[in-house]
Design a protein around this ligand. Structure first.
Ligand code: FAD
Length: 304
């Protein structure tokens, strides 16, 4: 079996950026991706440098793949389900084939905890978002429903007041289970934000565009956007298999050069404990990981 110098798991902005850099270092690299991450959803990125009209995340991926292929990087649609560490070598087992590599970059992203109402995937990136930094601006003077059950969600809700006053907050969790302190409930009242400790029964909408949110008490709330503040979970399982150090929330701990606690394993993008959660920072972390991989692969006579 051929031995890669690096297998990159994940073909989102972090993995693609790493691939471009490693391809241009003349390294023998493959990107293995199953196209299920954040950047596989419909979403128009309007804060990424160099695209005054914005760019669709899937189009950015398509271009990134072409750019990496130009420098000889291989691509494989597959899901890695197991990593085994040998002496100075890794075996990665995918659903379709296995890969041998000297190094591994984990750029596996996170899974968002979106509410799973009927056809929910159609709404992601069209009228359902999660990130105030990315999409707060789109909410200017719009009717929005914010979903969450934590103090952090309540705090983000207050910050959305800089974009719109037309906000309703819904916990979407069994009554009494939300963990929102009195302080925030008082602030909701003072800011005139209706607070409903109820679950969502149904969403009415058309082609991914929400029209109303219906609660389990029968209340219909008109809405143009849903903001999901139920959180996300990093895709940490592969890291855990080879004892890479994770923080308490299961994000991969990395050095400022994206090295993990295990030699030969690097991580980049949303899955790391640097909490980038932006395309621009994922691309940055991918480029840093690639430079660390490249340096570590130099022969002894090429290093200080
Ligand atoms: C609705 C929405 C809107 C957004 N808007 C913006 C915005 O406007 N601006 C902005 O900067 N950011 C935005 N983001 C955030 C941005 O999408 C992420 O920060 C970015 O995609 C992170 O890149 P990544 O490469 O770390 O992870 P991802 O893009 O999630 O890529 C990870 C990849 O790894 C793959 N993968 C995971 N596990 C495996 C495995 N075991 N085997 C093979 N492949 C695997 C996944 O399928 C996925 O393709 C938005 C996100 C969402 C959901």
């Amino acid at each position: 079996m051929k031995v890669y110098e690096c297998v990159i798991v994940g073909g989102g902005p972090a993995g693609l950026s790493a691939a471009i850099y490693l391809g241009r270092f003349n390294r023998y690299v493959i990107v293995v991706d199953n196209e299920e991450g954040r950047s596989s959803f419909s979403q128009h990125n309007e804060n990424y440098l160099g695209f005054p009209e914005g760019i669709d995340a899937r189009e950015l991926r398509r271009r990134g793949k072409l750019q990496a292929q130009r420098y000889g990087v291989e691509f494989q649609n597959d899901e890695i389900i197991r990593i085994i560490k040998h002496d100075h070598m890794f075996t990665l087992k995918g659903k379709y084939r296995s890969y041998e590599s000297k190094t591994v970059i984990l750029a596996t992203g996170v899974t968002d905890l979106f509410p799973h109402f009927d056809m929910w995937k159609k709404y992601v990136g069209k009228s359902m978002f999660w990130c105030i930094t990315c999409d707060g601006y789109k909410m200017t003077d719009k009717k929005i429903v914010i979903i969450g059950s934590s103090n952090e969600a309540a705090c983000t809700c207050m910050q959305f007041l800089n974009f719109t006053k037309d906000i309703v907050f819904v916990t979407n969790i069994d009554q009494g289970k939300e963990q929102i302190s009195r302080k925030w409930k008082i602030r909701f009242r003072e800011a005139g934000i209706p607070f409903y400790p109820r679950c969502i029964r149904k969403i009415n909408g058309n082609d991914g565009f929400v029209k109303e949110v219906i609660l389990d008490n029968g209340l219909h709330i008109q809405a143009e956007f849903i903001i999901n503040e139920q959180g996300s979970i990093p895709c940490y399982e592969l890291a855990q298999q080879i004892q890479v150090k994770l923080n308490k929330d299961y994000y991969i701990m990395v050095s400022h050069e994206q090295r993990t606690s295990i030699e030969g394993v690097y991580a980049a993008g949303d899955v790391t404990d640097r909490f980038s959660h932006q395309v621009v920072t994922a691309a940055h972390e991918g480029s840093m990981a690639a430079q660390a991989v490249n340096y570590d692969l130099y022969a002894p006579f090429q290093k200080e």
